[in-house]
Design a protein around this ligand. Structure first.
Ligand SMILES: [Zn+2]
Length: 296
């Protein structure tokens, strides 16, 4: 029997839930994965692993089990054990496949199938990851705006505010932890071909020289958004793990939307401060933004 795609409640911010255990699978490393019909746990995404997994507990019949990791698993139309990470041979969300939240336990919990589980996410960790993730999206918008004058032609991709989408066009990796979001951008030939310039021009200092001013402009924008206490929500087309969700933030300049599989704050007033630090590699080929939220 193929398992149904897991229904998830983390997009709305849930950290607790109850559900029936549908399967327990041994994993390669001696650990075990528990699959439930629904869960509040946010698993690491195998294709875009930006937000780390939720941790927490799973309680069955009064026995509390530590969830030490949470992964995305996929089961093909022929059934069998779920595949994880690089072993998944199809695109994320392939409709022929079932997409499962795997609650990873360090030991074999025995036969739990059919029993009710109480699921509880480590809420403090989740809150910190959500703050970092919201900060990451805001940084993207503020950075796109600050870098807009450096585009010599329209790259053909704009963000919610109509600025050339530097964030998505140059993104090499985006990683959050409980302290910060670290976004790494590649300033290579292909970005230059699309029209971006890091060089000095008549009306523009070289990117390296402009960095302090750019950082200030981005931080001023971030501070204004935090001060506006803008509401944040995730638009959810369906309850499945694989539903194509959108981050939606009602900023003073208008509504911003970004496709996103992660978790977020409910409003920006949950932050006391949001600041970024921009660093350019010595050879100018890489721009790194480390964006730290301070929670109110
Ligand atoms: Zn996101």
């Amino acid at each position: 029997m193929t398992l149904p795609t897991t229904h998830v409640s983390f997009p709305a911010g849930a950290v607790t839930g109850e559900s029936t255990v549908l399967a327990v699978h041994p994993l390669d490393d001696g650990r075990h994965a528990v699959v439930t019909g629904a869960t509040p746990f946010h698993p690491l995404d195998h294709t875009w692993p930006d937000q780390p997994a939720d941790l927490g507990t799973l309680t069955v019949d009064g026995v509390e089990l530590a969830v030490v990791d949470c992964l995305t698993g996929a089961v093909g139309p022929d059934g069998g054990a779920p595949l994880v990470g690089a072993d998944i041979p199809v695109r994320r969300g392939d409709e022929e496949w079932s997409w499962l939240v795997l609650h990873v336990l360090a030991t074999d919990p025995g036969d739990l199938v059919g029993q009710d589980a109480v699921l509880a996410v480590d809420a403090a960790r989740r809150g910190a990851l959500s703050a970092s993730h919201s900060g990451c999206h805001l940084l993207a918008l503020a950075l796109n705006e600050a870098l807009a004058p450096r585009w010599r032609k329209d790259p053909g991709r704009a963000d919610a505010f109509g600025h050339p989408d530097f964030d998505s066009l140059a993104m090499a990796s985006s990683v959050m932890d409980t302290e910060a979001s670290t976004d790494t951008y590649r300033l290579g030939k292909s970005l230059r071909k699309k029209g971006f310039t890091a060089e000095a021009a008549e009306d523009l200092p070289a990117l390296a020289d402009a960095l302090p001013e750019l950082t200030e402009a981005v931080n001023r924008r971030l501070a204004a958004w935090v001060a506006a206490d803008a509401p944040v929500r995730i638009d959810v087309p369906g309850p499945e793990l694989t539903a194509r969700r959108q981050w939606h933030c009602e900023l003073p300049e208008g509504a911003a939307r970004i496709f996103c599989g992660g978790t977020h704050l409910h409003h920006l007033g949950e932050l006391a401060e949001l600041r970024t630090e921009l660093r350019l590699s010595a050879d100018g080929s890489e721009l790194v933004a480390v964006t730290r939220p301070k929670r109110a």
